[in-house]
Write a protein that binds this ligand. Structure first.
Ligand code: M6R
Length: 615
Protein backbone atom coordinates (compact mmCIF):
# COMPACT_ATOMS: atom_id res chain seq x y z
CA UNK A 1 0.00 0.00 0.00
CA UNK A 2 1.03 3.62 -0.40
CA UNK A 3 0.06 6.91 1.22
CA UNK A 4 -1.48 9.96 -0.41
CA UNK A 5 -1.82 13.48 0.98
CA UNK A 6 -3.19 16.46 -0.94
CA UNK A 7 -3.87 20.05 0.08
CA UNK A 8 -5.71 22.98 -1.47
CA UNK A 9 -6.22 26.26 0.36
CA UNK A 10 -4.49 29.56 1.02
CA UNK A 11 -1.53 28.36 3.09
CA UNK A 12 1.72 26.87 1.93
CA UNK A 13 0.90 23.29 0.94
CA UNK A 14 4.40 21.89 1.48
CA UNK A 15 4.49 21.69 5.32
CA UNK A 16 1.03 20.08 5.33
CA UNK A 17 2.08 17.52 2.74
CA UNK A 18 5.41 16.72 4.39
CA UNK A 19 3.83 16.41 7.83
CA UNK A 20 1.10 14.18 6.39
CA UNK A 21 3.61 12.03 4.50
CA UNK A 22 5.63 11.50 7.68
CA UNK A 23 2.46 10.32 9.42
CA UNK A 24 1.65 8.03 6.50
CA UNK A 25 5.15 6.67 6.18
CA UNK A 26 3.98 3.47 7.88
CA UNK A 27 1.98 2.74 4.70
CA UNK A 28 5.06 2.59 2.50
CA UNK A 29 8.49 4.07 2.61
CA UNK A 30 10.61 3.17 -0.36
CA UNK A 31 10.28 6.46 -2.24
CA UNK A 32 8.25 9.65 -2.07
CA UNK A 33 7.33 12.72 -4.05
CA UNK A 34 5.33 15.95 -4.20
CA UNK A 35 3.84 18.06 -6.99
CA UNK A 36 3.20 21.67 -5.96
CA UNK A 37 1.36 24.22 -8.02
CA UNK A 38 2.82 27.69 -7.50
CA UNK A 39 0.17 29.59 -9.43
CA UNK A 40 2.04 29.37 -12.70
CA UNK A 41 3.31 25.84 -13.01
CA UNK A 42 3.55 22.55 -11.20
CA UNK A 43 6.90 21.65 -9.63
CA UNK A 44 7.81 18.06 -9.08
CA UNK A 45 10.20 16.76 -6.42
CA UNK A 46 10.86 13.06 -5.89
CA UNK A 47 13.40 10.94 -4.12
CA UNK A 48 14.15 7.33 -3.34
CA UNK A 49 14.05 6.28 0.32
CA UNK A 50 12.39 7.80 3.33
CA UNK A 51 10.51 11.10 3.59
CA UNK A 52 13.67 12.56 5.16
CA UNK A 53 15.39 12.13 1.78
CA UNK A 54 12.56 13.96 0.04
CA UNK A 55 12.86 16.76 2.62
CA UNK A 56 16.58 17.06 1.83
CA UNK A 57 15.82 17.14 -1.89
CA UNK A 58 13.32 19.97 -1.33
CA UNK A 59 15.80 21.84 0.83
CA UNK A 60 18.26 21.75 -2.07
CA UNK A 61 15.52 22.62 -4.55
CA UNK A 62 12.78 24.56 -2.73
CA UNK A 63 9.13 24.70 -3.89
CA UNK A 64 6.09 26.45 -2.52
CA UNK A 65 2.48 26.97 -3.46
CA UNK A 66 -0.97 26.54 -1.99
CA UNK A 67 -2.03 23.46 -3.98
CA UNK A 68 -0.20 20.16 -3.88
CA UNK A 69 -0.39 16.40 -4.02
CA UNK A 70 2.09 13.96 -2.51
CA UNK A 71 2.80 10.28 -2.14
CA UNK A 72 4.84 7.78 -0.18
CA UNK A 73 5.34 4.53 -2.08
CA UNK A 74 5.39 0.82 -1.33
CA UNK A 75 6.50 -0.69 -4.62
CA UNK A 76 4.25 -3.13 -6.45
CA UNK A 77 5.01 -2.62 -10.15
CA UNK A 78 8.52 -1.46 -10.92
CA UNK A 79 11.65 -1.26 -8.82
CA UNK A 80 12.39 1.33 -6.17
CA UNK A 81 13.76 4.13 -8.34
CA UNK A 82 13.24 7.86 -8.68
CA UNK A 83 11.49 7.30 -12.04
CA UNK A 84 8.98 4.93 -10.44
CA UNK A 85 8.27 7.26 -7.51
CA UNK A 86 5.00 9.22 -7.72
CA UNK A 87 3.67 11.71 -8.85
CA UNK A 88 3.56 10.59 -12.47
CA UNK A 89 2.81 12.85 -15.40
CA UNK A 90 0.83 12.54 -18.62
CA UNK A 91 2.01 13.10 -22.19
CA UNK A 92 1.73 16.89 -21.84
CA UNK A 93 3.72 16.93 -18.61
CA UNK A 94 1.05 19.26 -17.18
CA UNK A 95 -1.02 16.65 -15.35
CA UNK A 96 0.38 15.03 -12.19
CA UNK A 97 -1.13 12.01 -10.50
CA UNK A 98 -0.49 9.92 -7.38
CA UNK A 99 -2.01 6.48 -6.90
CA UNK A 100 -2.46 3.83 -4.24
CA UNK A 101 -3.61 0.43 -5.53
CA UNK A 102 -2.97 -1.76 -8.54
CA UNK A 103 -4.14 -1.33 -12.14
CA UNK A 104 -4.45 -4.95 -13.22
CA UNK A 105 -4.88 -4.35 -16.96
CA UNK A 106 -2.10 -1.79 -17.14
CA UNK A 107 0.00 -3.74 -19.64
CA UNK A 108 -2.76 -3.83 -22.28
CA UNK A 109 -3.56 -0.16 -21.69
CA UNK A 110 0.11 0.77 -21.82
CA UNK A 111 0.61 -1.03 -25.14
CA UNK A 112 -2.43 0.75 -26.58
CA UNK A 113 -1.19 4.11 -25.34
CA UNK A 114 2.28 3.49 -26.80
CA UNK A 115 0.63 2.73 -30.14
CA UNK A 116 -1.10 6.10 -29.85
CA UNK A 117 2.26 7.83 -29.39
CA UNK A 118 2.57 8.04 -25.61
CA UNK A 119 6.04 7.69 -24.11
CA UNK A 120 6.48 6.11 -20.69
CA UNK A 121 9.17 7.01 -18.21
CA UNK A 122 8.52 4.44 -15.49
CA UNK A 123 7.68 0.77 -15.05
CA UNK A 124 4.64 1.52 -12.89
CA UNK A 125 1.01 0.70 -13.53
CA UNK A 126 0.18 4.20 -12.26
CA UNK A 127 1.74 6.02 -15.19
CA UNK A 128 -0.92 4.47 -17.44
CA UNK A 129 -3.59 6.23 -15.40
CA UNK A 130 -1.86 9.60 -15.75
CA UNK A 131 -1.69 9.17 -19.53
CA UNK A 132 -5.30 8.03 -19.81
CA UNK A 133 -6.63 11.00 -17.84
CA UNK A 134 -4.38 13.43 -19.71
CA UNK A 135 -5.41 12.01 -23.07
CA UNK A 136 -9.11 12.28 -22.26
CA UNK A 137 -8.62 15.82 -20.96
CA UNK A 138 -6.72 16.85 -24.09
CA UNK A 139 -9.68 15.67 -26.19
CA UNK A 140 -12.08 17.90 -24.18
CA UNK A 141 -13.34 21.09 -25.76
CA UNK A 142 -13.04 23.13 -22.58
CA UNK A 143 -10.41 23.26 -19.87
CA UNK A 144 -12.21 23.51 -16.58
CA UNK A 145 -13.00 21.52 -13.45
CA UNK A 146 -15.94 19.71 -15.07
CA UNK A 147 -13.89 18.57 -18.05
CA UNK A 148 -11.04 17.37 -15.83
CA UNK A 149 -13.50 15.38 -13.72
CA UNK A 150 -15.05 13.97 -16.89
CA UNK A 151 -11.59 13.01 -18.20
CA UNK A 152 -10.90 11.15 -14.97
CA UNK A 153 -14.24 9.37 -15.31
CA UNK A 154 -13.40 8.25 -18.84
CA UNK A 155 -10.02 6.98 -17.71
CA UNK A 156 -11.39 5.10 -14.72
CA UNK A 157 -13.96 3.34 -16.86
CA UNK A 158 -11.08 1.71 -18.77
CA UNK A 159 -9.13 0.40 -15.82
CA UNK A 160 -9.50 -2.85 -13.92
CA UNK A 161 -8.09 -2.86 -10.43
CA UNK A 162 -7.95 -0.73 -7.33
CA UNK A 163 -7.17 2.91 -6.87
CA UNK A 164 -7.07 5.80 -4.49
CA UNK A 165 -5.83 8.70 -6.61
CA UNK A 166 -5.25 12.38 -6.57
CA UNK A 167 -4.66 14.57 -9.64
CA UNK A 168 -3.60 18.16 -10.35
CA UNK A 169 -3.40 19.80 -13.75
CA UNK A 170 -1.55 23.03 -14.52
CA UNK A 171 -4.36 24.13 -16.88
CA UNK A 172 -7.06 23.96 -14.16
CA UNK A 173 -5.27 25.79 -11.46
CA UNK A 174 -7.82 25.77 -8.67
CA UNK A 175 -8.77 22.15 -8.14
CA UNK A 176 -7.51 18.78 -6.97
CA UNK A 177 -9.41 15.71 -8.17
CA UNK A 178 -9.52 12.43 -6.28
CA UNK A 179 -11.19 9.06 -6.73
CA UNK A 180 -11.32 5.74 -4.95
CA UNK A 181 -12.01 2.12 -5.61
CA UNK A 182 -10.63 -0.36 -3.12
CA UNK A 183 -8.00 2.00 -1.67
CA UNK A 184 -9.13 4.37 1.06
CA UNK A 185 -9.39 8.12 0.60
CA UNK A 186 -10.67 10.60 3.13
CA UNK A 187 -11.57 14.25 2.63
CA UNK A 188 -10.67 16.70 5.40
CA UNK A 189 -12.81 19.82 5.62
CA UNK A 190 -11.08 22.97 6.84
CA UNK A 191 -11.90 26.67 6.76
CA UNK A 192 -11.23 27.75 3.19
CA UNK A 193 -8.97 24.76 2.76
CA UNK A 194 -9.44 21.07 2.04
CA UNK A 195 -7.34 17.97 2.40
CA UNK A 196 -7.35 14.54 0.85
CA UNK A 197 -5.50 11.60 2.39
CA UNK A 198 -5.27 7.83 2.54
CA UNK A 199 -5.76 7.92 6.28
CA UNK A 200 -7.09 10.50 8.74
CA UNK A 201 -3.86 10.37 10.73
CA UNK A 202 -2.29 12.50 7.95
CA UNK A 203 -4.76 15.36 8.38
CA UNK A 204 -6.13 15.12 11.92
CA UNK A 205 -3.74 17.88 13.05
CA UNK A 206 -5.61 20.30 10.75
CA UNK A 207 -9.24 19.17 10.91
CA UNK A 208 -11.43 16.57 12.56
CA UNK A 209 -14.31 16.98 10.11
CA UNK A 210 -13.97 14.34 7.46
CA UNK A 211 -15.83 12.51 4.72
CA UNK A 212 -14.81 8.94 3.94
CA UNK A 213 -15.17 8.40 0.21
CA UNK A 214 -16.89 5.27 -1.07
CA UNK A 215 -15.78 3.10 -3.94
CA UNK A 216 -16.42 4.59 -7.38
CA UNK A 217 -16.67 8.13 -6.01
CA UNK A 218 -14.85 11.09 -7.48
CA UNK A 219 -14.19 14.26 -5.54
CA UNK A 220 -13.29 17.71 -6.82
CA UNK A 221 -11.73 19.78 -4.04
CA UNK A 222 -11.30 23.51 -4.14
CA UNK A 223 -10.23 25.87 -1.39
CA UNK A 224 -13.80 26.99 -0.75
CA UNK A 225 -15.73 23.75 -1.33
CA UNK A 226 -15.94 20.28 -2.80
CA UNK A 227 -18.21 18.15 -4.91
CA UNK A 228 -18.58 14.38 -4.83
CA UNK A 229 -19.91 12.47 -7.82
CA UNK A 230 -19.59 8.90 -9.05
CA UNK A 231 -17.58 7.29 -11.81
CA UNK A 232 -20.84 6.69 -13.64
CA UNK A 233 -21.58 10.42 -13.53
CA UNK A 234 -24.22 10.68 -10.79
CA UNK A 235 -24.21 12.86 -7.70
CA UNK A 236 -23.25 11.15 -4.44
CA UNK A 237 -24.59 11.53 -0.89
CA UNK A 238 -22.01 11.94 1.80
CA UNK A 239 -21.84 12.22 5.54
CA UNK A 240 -19.45 14.43 7.50
CA UNK A 241 -17.93 12.48 10.44
CA UNK A 242 -15.91 13.71 13.42
CA UNK A 243 -12.58 12.02 13.97
CA UNK A 244 -12.61 10.74 17.53
CA UNK A 245 -8.92 10.83 18.27
CA UNK A 246 -6.57 13.78 18.35
CA UNK A 247 -3.29 14.41 16.58
CA UNK A 248 -1.48 13.55 19.87
CA UNK A 249 -2.70 9.98 19.79
CA UNK A 250 -0.86 9.44 16.52
CA UNK A 251 2.39 10.80 17.95
CA UNK A 252 5.08 8.73 19.62
CA UNK A 253 4.91 10.71 22.84
CA UNK A 254 7.98 10.03 25.00
CA UNK A 255 8.60 6.63 23.41
CA UNK A 256 11.44 6.15 20.92
CA UNK A 257 9.22 4.02 18.66
CA UNK A 258 5.52 3.58 17.96
CA UNK A 259 5.90 -0.15 18.54
CA UNK A 260 7.10 0.34 22.12
CA UNK A 261 4.39 2.93 22.77
CA UNK A 262 1.73 0.58 21.43
CA UNK A 263 3.04 -2.37 23.48
CA UNK A 264 2.77 -0.19 26.58
CA UNK A 265 -0.72 0.98 25.64
CA UNK A 266 -2.07 -2.55 26.05
CA UNK A 267 -3.51 -2.18 29.56
CA UNK A 268 -5.71 0.57 28.11
CA UNK A 269 -6.46 -1.08 24.79
CA UNK A 270 -7.53 -4.30 26.51
CA UNK A 271 -9.65 -2.22 28.93
CA UNK A 272 -11.21 -0.40 25.97
CA UNK A 273 -12.00 -3.68 24.21
CA UNK A 274 -13.88 -4.78 27.34
CA UNK A 275 -15.50 -1.44 28.14
CA UNK A 276 -19.29 -1.64 28.37
CA UNK A 277 -19.30 -5.21 27.12
CA UNK A 278 -19.42 -7.17 30.38
CA UNK A 279 -22.89 -7.58 31.87
CA UNK A 280 -22.82 -8.69 35.51
CA UNK A 281 -26.56 -8.98 35.78
CA UNK A 282 -26.81 -11.58 33.05
CA UNK A 283 -23.27 -12.87 33.59
CA UNK A 284 -22.50 -12.56 29.92
CA UNK A 285 -20.95 -10.33 27.29
CA UNK A 286 -22.92 -7.74 25.31
CA UNK A 287 -21.83 -7.36 21.70
CA UNK A 288 -24.62 -5.35 20.12
CA UNK A 289 -22.64 -4.73 16.94
CA UNK A 290 -23.08 -8.37 15.93
CA UNK A 291 -26.66 -7.46 15.01
CA UNK A 292 -27.76 -10.95 16.07
CA UNK A 293 -30.32 -12.04 18.63
CA UNK A 294 -29.58 -14.80 21.15
CA UNK A 295 -31.79 -17.07 19.05
CA UNK A 296 -29.65 -16.31 15.97
CA UNK A 297 -26.49 -16.98 17.97
CA UNK A 298 -27.96 -20.18 19.42
CA UNK A 299 -28.30 -21.69 15.98
CA UNK A 300 -24.63 -21.12 15.08
CA UNK A 301 -22.96 -24.52 14.96
CA UNK A 302 -19.63 -23.63 13.39
CA UNK A 303 -17.45 -20.53 13.24
CA UNK A 304 -14.88 -19.69 10.59
CA UNK A 305 -12.28 -17.04 11.44
CA UNK A 306 -10.43 -15.43 8.54
CA UNK A 307 -7.43 -13.10 8.58
CA UNK A 308 -3.82 -12.52 7.52
CA UNK A 309 -0.55 -12.30 9.44
CA UNK A 310 -1.02 -11.34 13.06
CA UNK A 311 -4.80 -11.27 12.64
CA UNK A 312 -4.61 -14.91 11.49
CA UNK A 313 -2.59 -15.80 14.59
CA UNK A 314 -5.20 -14.07 16.72
CA UNK A 315 -7.82 -16.20 14.96
CA UNK A 316 -5.87 -19.37 15.82
CA UNK A 317 -5.76 -18.33 19.47
CA UNK A 318 -9.44 -17.37 19.18
CA UNK A 319 -10.18 -20.93 18.08
CA UNK A 320 -8.92 -22.25 21.43
CA UNK A 321 -10.69 -19.50 23.34
CA UNK A 322 -14.10 -19.93 21.71
CA UNK A 323 -13.93 -23.71 21.69
CA UNK A 324 -13.03 -23.87 25.38
CA UNK A 325 -15.64 -21.33 26.51
CA UNK A 326 -18.48 -22.02 24.05
CA UNK A 327 -17.76 -25.54 22.76
CA UNK A 328 -18.51 -24.47 19.18
CA UNK A 329 -16.19 -25.85 16.49
CA UNK A 330 -13.98 -23.10 15.06
CA UNK A 331 -11.84 -23.18 11.94
CA UNK A 332 -9.27 -20.61 10.89
CA UNK A 333 -8.45 -19.71 7.33
CA UNK A 334 -5.84 -17.47 5.76
CA UNK A 335 -7.87 -14.85 3.92
CA UNK A 336 -5.72 -15.33 0.82
CA UNK A 337 -6.72 -19.02 0.75
CA UNK A 338 -10.32 -18.58 1.80
CA UNK A 339 -11.10 -16.23 -1.06
CA UNK A 340 -10.23 -18.84 -3.71
CA UNK A 341 -10.78 -22.08 -1.80
CA UNK A 342 -14.52 -22.43 -2.10
CA UNK A 343 -14.77 -23.78 1.45
CA UNK A 344 -18.11 -25.50 2.14
CA UNK A 345 -20.13 -23.25 4.45
CA UNK A 346 -23.52 -24.36 5.66
CA UNK A 347 -26.35 -22.15 6.81
CA UNK A 348 -25.44 -22.17 10.48
CA UNK A 349 -21.79 -21.28 9.97
CA UNK A 350 -20.83 -17.81 11.12
CA UNK A 351 -17.88 -16.18 9.37
CA UNK A 352 -15.73 -13.51 11.02
CA UNK A 353 -13.06 -11.58 9.14
CA UNK A 354 -10.38 -10.17 11.43
CA UNK A 355 -8.38 -7.11 10.43
CA UNK A 356 -6.78 -4.26 12.35
CA UNK A 357 -6.76 -1.92 9.38
CA UNK A 358 -9.97 -3.18 7.84
CA UNK A 359 -8.33 -2.59 4.45
CA UNK A 360 -6.27 -5.75 3.86
CA UNK A 361 -7.04 -6.76 0.27
CA UNK A 362 -7.23 -10.51 0.86
CA UNK A 363 -9.39 -10.15 3.96
CA UNK A 364 -11.73 -7.77 2.18
CA UNK A 365 -11.97 -10.19 -0.75
CA UNK A 366 -12.73 -13.03 1.70
CA UNK A 367 -15.52 -10.93 3.23
CA UNK A 368 -17.01 -10.25 -0.18
CA UNK A 369 -16.69 -13.89 -1.26
CA UNK A 370 -18.45 -15.07 1.89
CA UNK A 371 -21.20 -12.49 1.43
CA UNK A 372 -21.53 -13.40 -2.24
CA UNK A 373 -22.44 -16.88 -1.07
CA UNK A 374 -25.15 -15.40 1.09
CA UNK A 375 -23.34 -15.84 4.40
CA UNK A 376 -23.71 -13.50 7.28
CA UNK A 377 -20.13 -12.22 7.61
CA UNK A 378 -18.99 -10.20 10.56
CA UNK A 379 -15.90 -8.07 11.03
CA UNK A 380 -13.49 -7.63 13.91
CA UNK A 381 -11.76 -4.36 13.02
CA UNK A 382 -9.89 -1.54 14.66
CA UNK A 383 -10.39 1.09 11.97
CA UNK A 384 -14.07 1.99 12.24
CA UNK A 385 -14.07 3.86 8.95
CA UNK A 386 -12.48 1.03 7.01
CA UNK A 387 -13.98 -0.79 4.07
CA UNK A 388 -14.31 -4.05 6.01
CA UNK A 389 -16.01 -2.26 8.89
CA UNK A 390 -18.45 -0.70 6.47
CA UNK A 391 -19.14 -3.73 4.32
CA UNK A 392 -19.48 -6.43 6.96
CA UNK A 393 -22.91 -7.44 8.25
CA UNK A 394 -21.99 -6.38 11.77
CA UNK A 395 -19.12 -7.12 14.08
CA UNK A 396 -17.05 -5.95 16.98
CA UNK A 397 -14.74 -2.95 17.03
CA UNK A 398 -11.41 -3.29 18.83
CA UNK A 399 -11.28 0.32 20.07
CA UNK A 400 -7.49 -0.05 20.35
CA UNK A 401 -6.76 3.45 19.03
CA UNK A 402 -4.46 4.10 16.08
CA UNK A 403 -1.77 1.45 15.57
CA UNK A 404 1.06 2.99 13.58
CA UNK A 405 4.00 0.61 14.14
CA UNK A 406 4.13 -1.84 11.24
CA UNK A 407 4.42 -4.72 13.70
CA UNK A 408 0.94 -5.35 15.08
CA UNK A 409 0.94 -5.51 18.88
CA UNK A 410 -1.98 -3.95 20.73
CA UNK A 411 -4.41 -4.96 17.99
CA UNK A 412 -3.46 -8.60 18.63
CA UNK A 413 -4.31 -8.50 22.34
CA UNK A 414 -7.51 -6.59 21.56
CA UNK A 415 -8.50 -9.30 19.08
CA UNK A 416 -7.90 -11.98 21.71
CA UNK A 417 -9.95 -10.01 24.23
CA UNK A 418 -12.81 -9.88 21.74
CA UNK A 419 -12.60 -13.63 21.18
CA UNK A 420 -12.83 -14.09 24.96
CA UNK A 421 -15.97 -11.92 24.97
CA UNK A 422 -17.42 -13.93 22.10
CA UNK A 423 -16.61 -17.19 23.88
CA UNK A 424 -18.38 -15.95 26.98
CA UNK A 425 -21.43 -14.74 25.06
CA UNK A 426 -21.78 -17.93 23.02
CA UNK A 427 -20.98 -20.12 26.03
CA UNK A 428 -23.66 -18.44 28.14
CA UNK A 429 -26.25 -19.13 25.44
CA UNK A 430 -25.24 -22.79 25.65
CA UNK A 431 -23.75 -24.66 28.61
CA UNK A 432 -22.17 -22.02 30.88
CA UNK A 433 -24.09 -21.36 34.11
CA UNK A 434 -24.67 -17.90 35.58
CA UNK A 435 -22.01 -18.62 38.22
CA UNK A 436 -19.47 -19.74 35.62
CA UNK A 437 -20.23 -16.64 33.58
CA UNK A 438 -19.55 -14.46 36.63
CA UNK A 439 -16.23 -16.21 37.25
CA UNK A 440 -15.14 -15.58 33.68
CA UNK A 441 -16.18 -11.94 33.95
CA UNK A 442 -14.20 -11.54 37.16
CA UNK A 443 -11.09 -12.91 35.43
CA UNK A 444 -11.60 -10.68 32.42
CA UNK A 445 -11.99 -7.59 34.58
CA UNK A 446 -8.56 -8.27 36.08
CA UNK A 447 -6.91 -8.48 32.66
CA UNK A 448 -5.86 -4.82 32.19
CA UNK A 449 -4.02 -4.86 35.52
CA UNK A 450 -2.36 -8.17 34.70
CA UNK A 451 -1.26 -6.75 31.35
CA UNK A 452 0.23 -3.75 33.20
CA UNK A 453 2.06 -6.11 35.57
CA UNK A 454 3.43 -8.10 32.64
CA UNK A 455 4.81 -4.90 31.15
CA UNK A 456 6.91 -4.40 34.28
CA UNK A 457 9.10 -7.20 32.89
CA UNK A 458 10.36 -4.82 30.20
CA UNK A 459 13.82 -4.21 31.75
CA UNK A 460 14.43 -7.92 32.40
CA UNK A 461 13.41 -8.73 28.82
CA UNK A 462 15.68 -5.98 27.44
CA UNK A 463 18.62 -7.64 29.22
CA UNK A 464 17.72 -11.05 27.80
CA UNK A 465 17.40 -9.48 24.34
CA UNK A 466 20.94 -8.11 24.62
CA UNK A 467 22.25 -11.57 25.46
CA UNK A 468 20.66 -13.30 22.44
CA UNK A 469 20.42 -10.51 19.86
CA UNK A 470 23.19 -11.84 17.65
CA UNK A 471 21.76 -15.34 17.32
CA UNK A 472 21.22 -16.38 13.72
CA UNK A 473 17.88 -18.10 14.28
CA UNK A 474 15.20 -18.68 16.92
CA UNK A 475 12.58 -21.36 17.49
CA UNK A 476 9.33 -20.57 19.28
CA UNK A 477 7.33 -23.37 20.83
CA UNK A 478 4.12 -23.72 22.76
CA UNK A 479 1.22 -26.10 23.18
CA UNK A 480 -2.52 -25.60 22.85
CA UNK A 481 -3.44 -21.90 22.92
CA UNK A 482 0.25 -21.04 23.27
CA UNK A 483 1.04 -22.49 19.84
CA UNK A 484 -0.48 -19.47 18.03
CA UNK A 485 1.50 -17.29 20.44
CA UNK A 486 4.65 -19.11 19.33
CA UNK A 487 3.74 -18.31 15.72
CA UNK A 488 3.10 -14.69 16.61
CA UNK A 489 6.38 -14.41 18.56
CA UNK A 490 8.27 -15.79 15.55
CA UNK A 491 6.51 -13.38 13.18
CA UNK A 492 7.27 -10.37 15.41
CA UNK A 493 10.94 -11.26 15.60
CA UNK A 494 11.47 -11.95 11.90
CA UNK A 495 9.55 -8.95 10.64
CA UNK A 496 11.42 -6.34 12.64
CA UNK A 497 14.86 -7.87 13.22
CA UNK A 498 15.16 -10.05 10.07
CA UNK A 499 16.31 -13.01 12.16
CA UNK A 500 15.05 -16.31 10.83
CA UNK A 501 12.48 -17.60 13.31
CA UNK A 502 9.63 -20.05 13.25
CA UNK A 503 6.93 -21.30 15.59
CA UNK A 504 5.80 -24.87 16.24
CA UNK A 505 3.64 -26.86 18.62
CA UNK A 506 6.21 -28.03 21.21
CA UNK A 507 5.57 -31.71 20.47
CA UNK A 508 6.45 -31.23 16.79
CA UNK A 509 10.06 -30.81 17.88
CA UNK A 510 10.86 -34.47 17.56
CA UNK A 511 9.23 -34.73 14.13
CA UNK A 512 11.96 -32.75 12.40
CA UNK A 513 12.48 -29.38 14.06
CA UNK A 514 14.95 -30.83 16.53
CA UNK A 515 17.49 -31.03 13.69
CA UNK A 516 17.80 -27.24 14.00
CA UNK A 517 18.86 -27.27 17.65
CA UNK A 518 22.43 -26.06 18.17
CA UNK A 519 24.21 -24.02 20.81
CA UNK A 520 23.70 -20.97 18.58
CA UNK A 521 19.95 -21.36 18.03
CA UNK A 522 17.89 -20.34 21.07
CA UNK A 523 14.47 -21.91 21.65
CA UNK A 524 11.72 -19.95 23.30
CA UNK A 525 9.17 -22.09 25.10
CA UNK A 526 5.85 -20.64 26.21
CA UNK A 527 5.20 -22.90 29.14
CA UNK A 528 2.75 -21.46 31.66
CA UNK A 529 1.50 -23.64 34.53
CA UNK A 530 -1.35 -25.37 32.72
CA UNK A 531 -2.52 -28.86 31.87
CA UNK A 532 0.36 -29.40 29.44
CA UNK A 533 3.12 -27.86 31.55
CA UNK A 534 4.87 -31.20 32.23
CA UNK A 535 4.73 -32.03 28.53
CA UNK A 536 6.52 -28.77 27.76
CA UNK A 537 9.13 -29.58 30.40
CA UNK A 538 9.89 -32.83 28.55
CA UNK A 539 10.33 -30.92 25.30
CA UNK A 540 12.61 -28.40 26.99
CA UNK A 541 14.71 -31.29 28.32
CA UNK A 542 15.02 -32.60 24.76
CA UNK A 543 16.44 -29.26 23.64
CA UNK A 544 18.77 -28.96 26.63
CA UNK A 545 20.07 -32.50 25.98
CA UNK A 546 21.28 -31.14 22.64
CA UNK A 547 22.86 -28.06 24.22
CA UNK A 548 20.28 -25.65 22.82
CA UNK A 549 19.79 -22.45 24.86
CA UNK A 550 16.23 -22.12 26.20
CA UNK A 551 14.29 -19.03 27.23
CA UNK A 552 10.99 -19.92 28.89
CA UNK A 553 7.87 -17.90 29.51
CA UNK A 554 6.33 -19.36 32.68
CA UNK A 555 3.89 -18.50 35.42
CA UNK A 556 4.79 -16.40 38.47
CA UNK A 557 5.76 -18.67 41.36
CA UNK A 558 7.12 -21.40 39.09
CA UNK A 559 10.51 -22.76 40.10
CA UNK A 560 10.78 -25.79 37.80
CA UNK A 561 11.63 -23.84 34.65
CA UNK A 562 14.55 -22.00 36.24
CA UNK A 563 16.22 -25.31 37.00
CA UNK A 564 16.49 -26.36 33.37
CA UNK A 565 16.23 -23.16 31.27
CA UNK A 566 18.88 -20.54 30.61
CA UNK A 567 16.50 -17.65 31.13
CA UNK A 568 12.99 -17.50 32.52
CA UNK A 569 10.36 -14.78 32.24
CA UNK A 570 7.46 -15.22 34.64
CA UNK A 571 4.07 -13.71 33.82
CA UNK A 572 1.08 -13.34 36.17
CA UNK A 573 -1.19 -16.32 36.70
CA UNK A 574 -4.65 -16.25 35.13
CA UNK A 575 -7.16 -18.76 33.70
CA UNK A 576 -5.64 -20.77 30.84
CA UNK A 577 -7.99 -19.31 28.21
CA UNK A 578 -6.76 -15.77 28.97
CA UNK A 579 -3.04 -16.57 29.32
CA UNK A 580 -2.26 -15.91 25.61
CA UNK A 581 -3.16 -12.25 26.18
CA UNK A 582 -0.32 -12.07 28.70
CA UNK A 583 2.19 -14.53 27.22
CA UNK A 584 2.47 -12.67 23.92
CA UNK A 585 3.66 -9.48 25.65
CA UNK A 586 7.17 -10.73 26.61
CA UNK A 587 7.56 -11.91 23.00
CA UNK A 588 6.57 -8.49 21.65
CA UNK A 589 9.10 -6.87 24.00
CA UNK A 590 11.80 -9.40 23.22
CA UNK A 591 11.52 -8.86 19.47
CA UNK A 592 11.40 -5.09 19.99
CA UNK A 593 14.57 -5.01 22.11
CA UNK A 594 16.44 -7.43 19.82
CA UNK A 595 15.60 -5.24 16.81
CA UNK A 596 16.76 -2.11 18.66
CA UNK A 597 19.94 -3.89 19.73
CA UNK A 598 20.61 -4.74 16.07
CA UNK A 599 19.96 -1.17 14.98
CA UNK A 600 16.90 -2.09 12.88
CA UNK A 601 14.23 0.41 11.93
CA UNK A 602 11.59 -1.01 14.27
CA UNK A 603 8.57 0.96 13.05
CA UNK A 604 9.41 0.64 9.38
CA UNK A 605 10.92 -2.76 8.71
CA UNK A 606 12.32 -3.38 5.26
CA UNK A 607 9.96 -4.46 2.47
CA UNK A 608 6.86 -4.14 4.66
CA UNK A 609 3.92 -1.79 4.96
CA UNK A 610 1.35 -1.50 7.70
CA UNK A 611 -1.53 -2.90 5.75
CA UNK A 612 -1.46 -4.79 2.54
CA UNK A 613 -4.07 -3.35 0.22
CA UNK A 614 -2.82 -5.26 -2.80
CA UNK A 615 -3.19 -8.95 -3.45
O1 M6R B 1 -4.67 -4.85 9.08
P1 M6R B 1 -4.69 -6.33 9.18
O2 M6R B 1 -4.92 -6.82 10.57
O3 M6R B 1 -5.65 -6.98 8.21
O4 M6R B 1 -3.24 -6.80 8.75
C1 M6R B 1 -2.94 -8.15 8.60
C2 M6R B 1 -1.44 -8.35 8.46
O5 M6R B 1 -0.97 -7.74 7.30
C3 M6R B 1 -0.67 -7.80 9.66
O6 M6R B 1 -1.12 -8.36 10.85
C4 M6R B 1 0.83 -8.09 9.52
O7 M6R B 1 1.06 -9.45 9.57
C5 M6R B 1 1.61 -7.34 10.61
N1 M6R B 1 2.73 -6.65 10.02
C6 M6R B 1 2.17 -8.24 11.63
O8 M6R B 1 2.87 -7.55 12.61
Amino acid sequence: MCGIVAYIGHSNALPVLMDGLRRLEYRGYDSAGVAIFDGGQIHLRKSVGRIANLAEEIERNPVSGSIGISHTRWATHGAVTRENAHPHTDKSGRLHLVHNGVIENYQILRDQLIERGHVFHSQTDTEVLAHLVGEAFDRATSRNVASLVEALRQALRQVVGTYGISVVHADVADVIIGARRGSPLVLGIGKNEHFLASDVSAIVAYTRDVVYLNDYEIIALQAEGFEITTVSGNGADYQVSKVEYSADSVDKGHYPHYMLKEIHEQPNSVRDALRGRLCLEEATAKLGGLNMSNADLRSVDRIVLVGCGTAFHAALAGEYLIESLAHIPVECEFASEFRYRNIPLDRDTLVFVVSQSGETADTLAALRESQRKGHRTLGICNNVASTIARESDGGVYMHAGPEIGVAATKSFTSQLTIFALLGLLLGRIRHLSHGEGLEIIASMEKLPDLVARTLLLDAQIAAIAKKYAHSKSFLFMGRQAQFPIALEGALKLKEISYISSSGYPSAELKHGVIALITEEAPSIFIAPRDAVFEKNISNIEEVKARKGPVIAIGTEGDTALAKICDDVILIPDCPHYLTPILSVIPLQLLSYHIAVELGCDVDKPRNLAKSVTVE
